[in-house]
Design a protein. Structure first.
Lengths: 435, 279
C-alpha cells in the first residue's frame, strides 16, 4: 500500500499514479506515526482488529486507532520481506500449511520487525471481530499471549441465509456494547456516543464515494484497475473511513478518477480485456503478477478482494440513526468473507454481467482455506453453468514459496490467447452476418 | 511456397517442426533434442537439425513461433505462444475432429477443450505437482532399473496390477521398493503405476466437459501402456498421432504459416496481440 520498489517494470508504465497516490502514502504514514506515538506515550489507545467486517467506527468513540495485523503482514510481503518472519514462526512450531499471514505477523513480533521500522504499540485491546475462520481466533489468542494484551472476541454469526436474522443482529449489537464497556475499563475514558455517531456518518459518506468510484469501472475503458489499484485505496478505507480525512481522501479520489473516466482515459492505451478477480493477490510477487495482466492490456473491472473489509457497491451504508445496528449489519452481512458461497457466486455474476467483463480469474491461496476452499466448484459453476471463461491459478498471498512464475504466466497467457481468439471469432462472425 | 517453423522448448525435450503450404499444408521435417541446461542452445540445435532434414536454409523459413516453457529463450523466434494454444491447434490438424486434448509431458499434464477450428475453449493443468506427468514414469523406471522406453510395453503384461496409493512423484519410489520387497513382478508394479497416473489425469480432465474425439499428445503418448491405461479409465479410444510428441511444435508452425499468409485474418494475429521478439 505504501511500498516503493526499486527497478522499473511494465507495471510502472501502466499503474495509476494520480495525486491520490501521494495522499494515500501520506495518510498511511500518518497512521503509522500515530501508532509509533501510541507505542512511546501510551496515547492514543490502540485496538488490534481484523480487516474483515472491521468496526473502526466504534474505536472513534474513544479516539482510538486501529491496528491491523493483516496490513502489517502484507506490507512485508509486498516488500519481499515476509519469508524471514514466516520461517521464524515455523521454527516455533507453526505448520507449513498454516495461514501465512498469521506466521508473518507472529514472526514479526518474535523478531521485532515493523512495516515502517517505527514502533508499534502493545494494543490496549485485541479485538477478534471476526470468527468465520477459526484461524483468526487462534491467531489473536497467540497475539494476546505474546503481547500480554487483553483479548475480547466478538462472535459474528456466519451468513447461513441471504439476510441475517433479528437475533443475529441483536447478538452482535450486545457484544459491541460489551466491547464499549470493556474499552471504558481499559482506557479509563467514557465512550463518546456523539463522536461514535459522527464516525458512522463519516463512514456513510466515505462508503458512498467509494461505491461511486467502483461504479466508474463499469465505463469502458475503466479509469482504474479495480483489483491492483483498488488495493491502494483499501488502506485509507479501513483506517480512515470513519474520519473526515477519509471523506476528503475519497472525494479527491472520486474527482480524479471521474475526470479520467469523462476523458475516456483507461489504464492502457487500449483496454483489450476486462476481467473480474476473485481472491487476494500474491503480495510477494505483486508487480510480477500485475505485469502478467498488463502485458495483455487486461484491466480488472471488479474484485471480490476489495470487498473483504466491506461490501458497499450494492447499496449498503452505515446509518448514523442506527449506529450500533448498522455496525453489526456490516460485520455480519456486508463483507465478503462472512457471506456464504452462494452469495459470493452471485456477487461475481453481477460483476461479470453489470461491469461487462470478458472473464473471471480465480486466485487460490494455498494457505487460506477460508477464502479458497470451494473455488474448484466455483470454477465449475462459472464455466459449466454460466459459460463464463474462468482461469484458476494457485499461489499464496504472503508466502513466496508458493509462487511459480513460469507456471502462473503460462496459464495467464493461455487464458488471454483463448479470449483473444474467441473475441476475434465473434467479430469476424458479426462481420460475415453484416455482409 | 511459404515455409514456417514451430519450436517447442519443453522441460525435458525440445521439438522443432518445419512446415510448408506448398500443395497443401504439410510437415517437411521434425527434430528432437534433449533440452538440458542451455535452453537457448537446445532451441537452436533443434531448429538447425530440422532445417537440415527439410533441406531448407534457416533464411528460407519465413516465420518462427516459439512455444513451451522455454519459448522466451528462443532468440531467433519471431514471437511466442503458449503450448496450450499450440497443442489445441496442432491436435486439430493432425487428428481432425479433436474436441479434447490430453497432453502429458515431462513435468506438465493438461487437458484442453478444443473448438471446431482448433481454438482453445477451456483448459486445466496440474499445479505444482508432477503426479500424472512423464516425470512420475521416469522416476518409477529409474527405481526399477529399466529404461523409460520399456515401462509401457512391460505394463501391458501386468496380470494383477498393484495399487499405488501415493500420487507423489517422490514417494512413489518407496511404494515401488516396498512392492519389490514383497516379491511383486515388475509388470504388475508398472501396471499399477500406469493406472495411478491415468486416474490422476482423468480427475484433472473431468474438470472440463470431456467430449470426443479425445486426442493424446506429448511425449508420454509414445508409451503404449499409458495410452491403454488412459483409454481404460476414460472408457473410450483416443486418437494418437505418430507425431504426438511434436503436436505443440506443429501447432506453433501452423500459426507461423498463418502469419505468412497475409490474407488469413487469424484472431491470434490481431494487432497488439503477440509480443514480437521476446519479452
Amino acid at each position: 500500500m505504501i511500498e516503493e520498489l526499486d527497478g522499473k517494470t511494465m507495471t510502472d508504465m501502466k499503474e495509476y499514479r494520480g495525486s491520490i497516490h501521494q495522499r494515500q502514502k501520506d495518510l498511511m504514514l500518518a497512521w503509522y506515526e500515530q501508532l509509533d506515538q501510541a507505542a512511546s506515550t501510551g496515547s492514543p489507545a490502540s485496538v488490534s482488529m481484523m480487516i474483515s467486517g472491521n468496526c473502526v467506527e466504534l474505536l472513534e468513540g474513544f479516539g482510538a486507532v486501529p491496528l491491523y495485523p493483516e496490513i502489517n503482514a502484507l506490507q512485508l510481503a509486498i516488500r519481499h520481506q515476509s519469508l524471514d518472519p514466516i520461517l521464524a514462526a515455523e521454527d516455533l512450531g507453526y505448520a507449513a500449511d498454516n495461514c501465512a499471514y498469521v506466521k508473518a505477523d507472529i514472526g514479526c513480533i518474535l523478531k521485532g520487525i515493523t512495516p515502517t521500522g517505527g514502533k508499534l504499540p502493545t494494543p490496549t485491546l485485541i479485538l477478534c471481530n471476526f470468527v468465520g475462520c477459526n484461524t483468526y481466533l487462534k491467531w489473536f489468542e497467540h497475539l494476546a499471549k505474546l503481547q500480554q494484551a487483553p483479548l475480547y472476541v466478538i462472535d459474528v454469526p456466519f451468513m447461513r441465509t441471504n439476510e441475517p436474522s433479528r437475533s443475529d443482529l441483536e447478538y452482535v449489537v450486545k457484544q459491541l456494547q460489551e466491547t464499549v464497556r470493556k474499552l471504558e475499563q481499559l482506557t479509563g475514558a467514557r465512550f463518546d456516543y456523539d463522536r461514535f455517531r459522527e464516525a458512522v456518518a463519516c463512514s456513510s459518506r466515505t462508503e458512498e464515494l467509494w461505491s461511486r468510484i467502483k461504479h466508474l469501472a463499469r465505463r469502458s475503458p475503466s479509469p482504474f484497475d479495480a483489483y491492483f489499484d483498488a488495493i491502494t485505496l483499501m488502506g485509507p478505507l479501513y483506517v480512515y473511513r470513519a474520519r473526515p480525512e477519509g471523506v476528503e481522501f475519497f472525494e479527491a479520489a472520486l474527482a480524479e478518477l471521474q475526470a479520467k473516466a469523462d476523458a475516456h482515459k483507461g489504464i492502457y492505451e487500449q483496454e483489450n480485456f476486462r476481467v473480474v478477480m476473485e481472491g487476494p493477490p500474491p503480495y510477494p510477487y505483486f508487480r510480477t503478477f500485475r505485469d502478467m495482466f498488463a502485458k495483455w492490456q487486461a484491466c480488472a473491472v471488479a474484485s471480490t478482494y476489495s470487498t473483504v473489509g466491506g461490501l458497499w457497491e450494492f447499496g449498503f451504508r452505515h446509518d448514523p440513526d442506527h449506529p450500533f445496528e448498522s455496525v453489526a449489519m456490516h460485520m455480519i452481512a456486508q463483507n465478503v468473507t462472512n457471506r456464504n458461497f452462494l452469495q459470493r457466486y452471485d456477487q461475481i455474476r453481477q460483476y461479470v454481467e453489470e461491469w461487462n467483463a470478458d472473464g473471471l480469474i480465480i486466485h487460490f491461496v494455498k494457505s487460506c482455506r477460508l477464502f479458497s476452499a470451494g473455488q474448484g466448484d466455483m470454477r465449475d459453476y462459472f464455466t459449466k453453468q454460466l459459460g463464463i471463461p474462468t482461469l484458476y491459478i494457485e499461489s499464496d498471498l504472503e508466502d513466496p514459496r508458493y509462487f511459480a512464475e513460469a507456471q502462473t504466466k503460462n496459464r495467464i497467457d493461455a487464458f488471454f490467447e483463448t479470449l483473444e481468439h474467441s473475441k476475434t471469432a465473434a467479430i469476424r462472425s458479426g462481420a460475415r452476418e453484416e455482409k | 511456397m511459404r515455409i514456417a517453423a514451430g519450436v517447442d522448448v519443453g522441460s525435458t525435450q525440445t521439438k522443432a517442426v518445419v512446415m510448408s503450404d506448398n500443395g497443401g499444408v504439410k510437415v517437411l521435417a521434425r527434430a528432437l533434442v534433449d533440452t538440458g541446461a542451455n535452453v537457448q542452445r537446445a532451441a537452436e540445435r533443434a531448429f538447425d537439425a530440422c532445417c537440415q532434414k527439410a533441406g531448407v536454409q534457416s533464411g528460407d523459413v519465413g516465420f518462427v513461433v516459439g512455444t513451451g516453457y522455454g519459448r522466451y529463450k528462443i532468440a531467433f523466434g519471431n514471437t511466442q505462444m503458449t503450448e496450450i494454444t499450440c497443442h489445441a491447434k496442432g491436435a486439430s490438424f493432425l487428428c481432425p475432429g479433436t474436441r479434447t486434448v490430453i497432453d502429458m509431458g515431462g513435468q506438465d499434464s493438461k487437458a484442453i477443450s478444443v473448438g471446431a477450428t482448433g481454438e482453445v475453449l477451456d483448459f486445466v493443468m496440474n499445479d505444482k505437482c508432477a503426479a500424472g506427468t512423464g516425470r512420475f514414469l521416469a522416476n518409477s523406471a529409474e527405481v526399477m532399473g529399466i529404461s523409460l522406453d520399456e515401462v509401457g510395453p512391460l505394463s501391458l503384461r501386468a496380470r494383477h496390477p498393484v495399487k499405488i496409493a501415493t500420487v507423489c512423484t517422490v514417494f512413489v519410489e518407496s511404494d515401488i521398493l516396498s512392492y519389490l520387497a514383497q516379491g511383486k513382478t515388475g509388470e504388475d508394479i508398472l501396471g499399477g503405476v500406469h493406472i495411478a497416473i491415468a486416474k490422476r489425469t482423468l480427475s484433472l480432465a473431468r474438470r472440463l466437459n470431456i467430449e470426443p474425439e479425445i486426442t493424446m499428445t506429448g511425449g508420454v503418448a509414445r508409451n503404449v501402456g499409458m495410452v491403454r491405461a488412459l483409454e481404460e479409465v476414460l472408457g473410450r479410444k483416443m486418437l494418437v498421432s505418430p507425431d504426438a510428441q511434436f503436436v505443440g511444435a506443429v501447432g506453433a508452425a501452423l500459426f507461423a504459416l498463418e502469419k505468412l499468409d497475409q490474407s488469413f485474418e487469424s484472431g491470434i494475429w490481431r494487432e497488439g496481440h503477440a509480443v514480437p521478439g521476446g519479452h
